[in-house]
Ligand binder design. Structure first.
Ligand SMILES: C[S@@+](CC[C@H](N)C(=O)[O-])C[C@H]1O[C@@H](n2cnc3c(N)ncnc32)[C@H](O)[C@@H]1O
Length: 271
């Protein structure tokens, strides 16, 4: 295994696209459904390296004002460089935590968050801030991956952990539990009075024909492997992943591939 990739290093960020293959289908889902009106004030919460921030700016055109807020310094530098090279003039970037958004109350028509808000550490505070800056009648639209993500692979993790009688099984169960169901994600936005206006459930998948390829894939190394390594103690790790790879190869021998399902969810709320 090639190991984790450090998402804080500028070397890694330099090869991270504004629409990584992982983020792209979620952003497409968002862009297919968000309500669009001219001269809108739009806010992208958690735009990473500029997605869908830059796309929103280009779709809404120069008459709209687009704001983006994120805390990821290295990625913000990259987004700024893209904005400069593309000659875009209607984007304002805030490098700050969305628990406090530097915008006027009731000033924004549309808030978007692709793979964002509902995974943030202090999501209740961020959702309340989003509500504050949203105009009455304004929309908050998110795209995210609910429970069921990579369930085929996680079934293998579970089997191996059980067979090994690993003491760390609780960590794995906690990891599975942290991802919300469609209902629990919807419920996170309800308490402050946002009304659900639209819900679209979709899916995509990652397919592999080789077990090692799963763990050497850049997306897995960048976004997931560090958490998965915590399922077992450091001294058990090598053996654990070797066993998981063996199980994956058995699935591939049976089915011709490992198919990792990725459910996708678009939610649109109104203030
Ligand atoms: C999974 S990434 C998605 C990035 C981008 N929207 C995309 O689709 O590629 C989540 C983003 O949310 C940002 N983020 C996490 N917590 C945040 C917070 N409290 N305030 C602002 N941004 C935050 C991260 O820095 C990261 O850029």
């Amino acid at each position: 295994m090639k190991g984790t990739l450090d998402w804080q290093s500028s070397e890694v960020v330099n090869i991270f696209d504004e629409a990584s293959l992982w983020a792209a289908p979620f952003g497409q889902l968002l862009l297919q459904h968000i309500p669009m009106h001219p001269k809108n004030q739009v806010l992208d919460i958690g735009f990473g390296a500029g997605y869908p921030l830059i796309e929103l700016s280009q779709r809404f055109g120069a008459e709209a004002q687009i704001y983006g807020i994120d805390i990821w310094a290295a990625a913000i530098l990259r987004a700024k460089e893209k904005i400069r090279v593309l000659g875009i003039e209607n984007i304002t970037i805030f490098e700050s935590d969305a628990t406090s958004i530097p915008l006027e109350t009731e000033s924004i028509d549309l808030i978007c968050s692709n793979l964002g808000i509902n995974n943030f550490a202090e999501k209740e505070v961020v959702i309340a801030e989003a509500y504050r800056v949203l105009k009455t009648g304004g929309k908050l639209c998110i795209s995210t991956n609910p429970k069921g993500t990579f369930q085929d692979l996680f079934a293998i993790f579970e089997k191996v952990l059980k067979e090994k009688k690993s003491a760390e099984q609780e960590k794995f169960q906690n990891y599975l539990a942290h991802r919300g169901t469609v209902e629990s994600i919807v419920a996170e936005f309800a308490p402050i009075g946002l009304k659900l206006k639209k819900k679209v459930e979709s899916a995509c998948q990652m397919r592999f024909v080789n077990a090692r390829a799963v763990f050497d894939h850049s997306l897995i190394r960048f976004g997931f492997l560090a958490s998965w390594e915590n399922f077992v103690a450091a001294e058990e790790r090598k053996e654990f992943f070797a066993q998981v790879e063996k199980e994956i190869e058995a699935v591939i021998a049976r089915d011709g591939e490992l198919l990792m399902a990725i459910p996708m969810l678009y939610l649109e709320f109104e203030k």
